[in-house]
Design a protein around this ligand. Structure first.
Ligand SMILES: N[C@@H](CCC(=O)N[C@@H](CSC=O)C(=O)NCC(=O)O)C(=O)O
Length: 298
């Protein structure tokens, strides 16, 4: 099976006997390092909107292991795809890369009332909102965990028993927390400049209070440090963090993750990279390390 090159108009049986998987529209494709870089669209039952995601399919027949990449605030499926330069190594390693959008979008999807970049559109925070008006569409946790994997399995030459997850900033938080809550799903987990403890930084407090309400007990299930403190575990965790990141002290706070892991005996490799900021120049500089690390675990 190669990457889809047509527009499928009907859903197809997902092979598991559990129902149909949504049709996938191919928005655009390009050949890249012998593989295919594509953008795909579908109707999401989970978010109730159209959703887009990007996929890099390496050359060859597969089945290939799959890395899910979760991007940060303001991003779409394009940021990592166009800026990280991950395709060369993914082609060499035989790794499918899946890059979803970071929130639902559409005319009836509410946004931050002030148009701020850190809530609403482009800022789904990988949680299922429980508070109106967000709860109707902002369900990125279930989208990433439950809806996207069967779509990838149905339409791409993917070996879903060999899954990895990684992400940047808000997406680093998403990758770590989704893996901590679903340890059977991923063989390896890494992050770039993740928000270590959303309950204790302005970005996270705004998002968790807005999407989940003021009860901090509900926030614990989406806070990596709280999850680790409450007993969740990963076999291993790789994190890279730029030491010149302007969000380091106020928002990201990697020392909280280091302390939570040390207290709990959770394995963690935390690389503090002198001179690097929060941008995709930083991600591009170390993505090869992460892809090789994931490939070794898959
Ligand atoms: N000052 C920026 C803030 C947004 C920003 O830095 N977004 C980061 C992720 S931050 C945490 O989730 C990002 O990845 N941006 C996209 C990019 O291509 O660099 C602003 O006001 O937009």
């Amino acid at each position: 099976m190669t990457a889809p090159d047509n527009i499928l108009e009907n859903g197809q049986e997902n092979g598991s006997g559990t129902g149909t998987v949504a049709a996938l529209e191919t928005v655009a494709t390009a050949t890249c390092f012998g593989g295919t870089q594509g953008t795909y669209a579908h109707h999401s039952v989970v978010t109730g909107t159209a959703m887009r995601f990007a996929v890099f399919t390496p050359p060859g027949d597969g089945p290939f292991p799959v890395l899910f990449w979760l991007s940060g605030l303001t991003c779409t499926e394009d940021n990592f795809t166009q800026k990280a330069g991950a395709q060369r190594v993914a082609a060499e390693l035989g790794l499918i890369l899946v890059m979803p959008d970071t929130s639902p979008r559409g005319d009836d999807v509410p946004d931050d009332p002030d148009g701020a970049y850190d809530f609403g559109l482009g800022a789904g925070f990988y949680v299922d909102a429980t508070v109106a008006p967000w709860a109707r569409h902002y369900r990125m946790y279930s989208y990433i965990r439950d809806e996207l994997p069967p779509l990838v399995a149905a339409h791409f030459p993917a070996d879903m028993d060999r899954r990895a997850i990684s992400g940047h900033s808000m997406g680093g938080h998403g990758a770590i927390t989704i893996a901590l809550k679903n340890p059977h799903m991923f063989r390896s987990v890494s992050a770039f400049a993740p928000i270590a403890s959303p309950s204790r930084c302005p970005w996270g407090q705004k998002a968790l209070s807005g999407y989940l309400g003021p009860d901090r007990a509900a926030w614990r299930g989406h806070d990596a440090c709280a999850l680790i403190g409450d007993g969740a575990r990963l076999p291993d965790l790789l994190v890279d963090q730029g030491a010149a990141d302007p969000f380091l002290d106020e928002q990201l706070q990697p020392h909280l993750l280091r302390e939570a892991c040390a207290d709990a005996g959770q394995p963690l490799t935390l690389n503090l990279r002198p001179g690097y900021d929060h941008s995709y120049f930083f991600v591009a500089s170390f993505i090869e390390d992460h892809l090789r690390w994931h490939a070794a675990h898959l």
